[in-house]
Structures are given as C-alpha cells and as structure tokens.
Design a binder for this molecule. Structure first.
Ligand code: HEM
Length: 409
C-alpha cells in the first residue's frame, strides 16, 4: 500500500481550464500546465466546486485505462444536465460498447481510403479561395471549414450544407459572442435545435429512401445493445451525430493552427517537410504531441488512490493530455518540436475504451492539409500586428489566425 504523504491542501493550485487569460500567448497554457505538473502528478483546483487535475503521463494512462473506477460522465466540468449524455463519449462500458461498435463502419479502412480523395479535393478547393490573394484569415478560410466539410463527407451528407454548421456549432460551443449569459444560453438552445433539426431531416430522408451510404447503413443495421439486438433510435442517432460533429471540429481546427505556429517558429524543420513531403505523417504525430487539444474529464466511482493522493467517490478529475505529452519521463526534450520524433507514444487521442474513434480520419486530414499547404503556399508567415487568438477550454484551440504568403500565380 502506498502512503499518502501530501494532503489536498498541499497540492491545491489556482487553475481554471476555462480562463481565457491563460489562452494567449500560445505558450501560456503550456507554461501553466508545466507548473501544475511540477507540483505533482495529481493536484487540486477549487474551481467549479473543486476537482482534481492529473498532470503526468503514467497517471493519465492509468485513469484512461480504468473506465470502471473513472467514469466518463460528466466529461466536462461545466455540464448542462438537462441536455443528457453525449454518445458514446459520456457512457461507460458495458453501455458504451454497443454504440462504439455501431460507429465502426464510419471509420473502417475502406471508408478512410475513399475519404482520402475527397479530403484532398476539399483542401485544394479551400486553398483556391485564398492562394492568389497572398493573405488569409486561416481559421475561417481553412482550418474551421475543412473539418466541417469532412464531417459531411464522412456522413455522406451534402458538402454544400457546411455553412449551416459553421456558425451553429460555434454558438452551441461558445455561446453568443459579447452577449450576456442569458442571451448566450438562449442562442445556444436555438443553434442546438437547428443542428438537431438538420440531423433529423437526414435521418428521415435515409429511413424513407435507404441508399448504400454510411448514414443509411447506421440507421438500418441492428446492433448488439445491452437490451438486445436492435436498431438505433432517432434520439440515439442524433446524439451520436452531434458528438461526431463537435469531436472532429475544434480538435482538427486547433491542430491545424498549432501546426502553422510551430512551423513558423521552426523554419529549418518546415523546409525539411517542404523538401520531403513523405516526412509529413511523422511530423503530424509531433504536432499532435506538442499541443494536445483535449482535456478530458472523469468522475471517480469509488474512493481511490492516484499519484499519492486520495480521491473520494464522486469527485471529478481532468486529464491534462497536453502535459502528459510533455512528460520528460516519456519524451526526450519534451518541449522541443522534433518532426522526426520516433517513437512518439503521445496521448493526444486519449487511450483505453474511449480512445479517439476519429484518429485515422484526423491524421489523414492533417497530413493532406500540410502536404497541400506546403506545396502551394510554403512561405506563410503570421501577421505581427494581428496575432492569432487562442481559446482555453476542455477543447483548447484557435479562433483567429491571419497569415501572409507569396500569392500563387
Ligand atoms: C486532432 C484531432 C483530434 C483529437 C486531438 C481528438 C482527441 C480525442 C480524445 C482525447 C478523445 C478521448 C476523450 C476521452 O477519453 O474522454 C476522443 C474521442 C473521440 N473522438 Fe476524437 N479527436 C480528434 C479528431 C476526431 C475526429 C476527426 C473525429 C470524428 C469525426 C473524432 C471522433 C471522436 C469520437 C466519436 C470520440 C469518442 C470515442 C468514445 O467515446 O468511444 N475525433 N478524441
């Protein structure tokens, strides 16, 4: 048995994962994360009624692999209970298992292969929109649009519907910019309904006229659930679609943005991938490592000891994947970007039962995006007078990033 030497008070820190003042400049969040990790593998914050923060690679791995002790509901510190659970991310095994299986056809190798060509087309379409101008607001013109369109391609829904999602998802996730809390809540409700309305329309269409598309397949395939072999209900389908959309959007958007910043700051390594695009898949892993976007949440289902601390049943934890990915016990020179790093067992996609279902898709999106950006506008730079705007939350990311480059002729 391990003895617990330190008390909760000894490791109490002042840290709020949603505090926007730690979002910028880009290094600030990581600096704060490193300070927490230096204090201990498991520290405590009084924010949001009190919660634990797990900072080190081994302890995070331990939590991710033990879904029985560490429930995934709620996954967010700020949760609207009335909304219910996100499927499958907030369900624990065995309830989780059937839904996860139901989603597999979306991400199988044949499907990923087909999507690869579509992704390259979408990437080049988006770059066409700004390449001749010599400047762009990279997030709205590219990094936000790409995953929104790919979500539609993934579902076999019309890519032309992307603008519907662009605004609605931002409102659902971040509320009304500049609005009061009440206004934000109302705007979120309306935008949420709008998105669910769209999903329901797609379900109705494919229920009535099933095709060989993946949505029809999801609707018409019986899955082994806890209550027996059955079809998924509209409610279950809509909840899954909602999660798929938000899971793939700001994560990819953030990673695309961090890629630009780190490559601007490391011109030699940027030149290496311009000269040798075959090096890009390995480089993508390093981009994912150095700035993991997600800070997943868990709740202890029993009293448990972790990293020398006593965690009580019912207490919440957040997992700082970004600091696990910079843990010196796992990675040499963890704060340095090394696009050739191997092995690179980063935890940006989590681990265990909930390991990211979209990880292959995300890797393909990032790889193709970096290939085409470096082929077409390789000398991009940030704009000093208009620096990027990052945001802090349990999915960190970037909301604005003006860039300049030599126009394509
Ligand atoms: C760079 C991009 C991405 C990153 C860093 C990322 C990261 C993660 C992480 C850390 C988790 C686990 C969360 C937890 O344990 O609580 C997760 C789960 C998940 N991700 Fe991703 N993700 C990315 C892209 C995507 C994409 C493109 C999709 C699909 C369109 C996707 C779909 C999902 C789903 C469905 C889950 C839930 C899996 C489950 O509960 O079994 N992700 N992701």
């Amino acid at each position: 048995m391990t003895t617990t030497e330190r008390s909760r008070e000894d490791v109490t820190v002042d840290f709020d994962v949603y505090d926007q003042s730690i979002a910028a400049p880009i290094d600030r969040f990581q600096e704060r994360a490193a300070e927490l990790a230096a204090k201990g593998p498991v520290v405590y914050s009084t924010a949001y009624g009190g919660h634990w923060i797990v900072t080190r690679y081994n302890e995070i791995h331990e939590v991710l692999r033990d879904a029985e002790t560490f429930s995934s509901y709620p996954n967010n510190l700020v949760t609207n209970e009335a909304f219910g659970k996100f499927i499958p991310i907030e369900l624990d095994p065995p309830e989780h298992t059937g839904y996860r299986k139901a989603l597999q056809p979306l991400f199988g190798p044949a499907r990923m292969k087909k999507l690869t060509d579509e992704i390259r087309d979408v990437v080049n379409d988006l770059i066409d929109g700004f390449a001749a101008k010599g400047e762009a607001e990279y997030i709205s013109a590219f990094a936000h649009e790409l995953p929104a369109r790919i979500f539609l391609a993934l579902m076999d829904w019309p890519i032309e519907d992307a603008p519907l999602f662009t605004e609605a998802t931002d409102v659902v996730l971040f509320g009304k910019p500049g609005g009061t809390e009440e206004e934000s809540l109302e705007a979120r409700g309306i935008a949420g309904m709008q998105m669910l309305g769209y999903f329901q329309k797609m379900v109705d269409e494919r229920r009535a006229n099933p095709g060989d598309d993946v949505t029809s397949q999801l609707i018409h395939t019986e899955v082994e659930m806890q209550d027996g072999l059955r079809l998924l209900t509209d409610e279950e389908l809509n909840r899954m679609f909602f999660l798929l959309l938000i899971a793939g959007l700001h994560t990819v958007q953030g990673s695309l943005a961090w890629a630009i910043v780190h490559l601007v700051n490391n011109p030699g390594q940027r030149q290496d991938i311009i000269d040798d695009p075959d090096a890009i898949p390995t480089a993508v892993e390093e981009i994912l490592r150095i700035e993991a976007a997600v800070v997943p949440g868990r709740r202890a289902t029993r009293d448990v000891e972790l990293g020398g601390m006593k965690i009580s049943e019912g207490e919440q934890l957040i997992l700082m994947l970004c600091s696990a990915n910079r843990d010196g016990d796992e990675f040499d020179e963890p704060d340095e970007l090394d696009l050739t790093r191997k092995p690179n067992r980063h935890l940006a996609f989590g681990g265990g039962a909930h390991r990211c279902l979209g990880s292959h898709l995300a890797r393909i999106e990032l790889t193709i995006a970096l290939e085409e950006l470096h082929r077409r506008i390789p000398d991009y730079e940030l704009v000093e007078s208009d620096p990027p705007v990052f945001h802090a939350s349990q999915v960190r990311g970037c909301v604005r990033m003006p860039i300049r480059f030599t126009p394509e002729s």
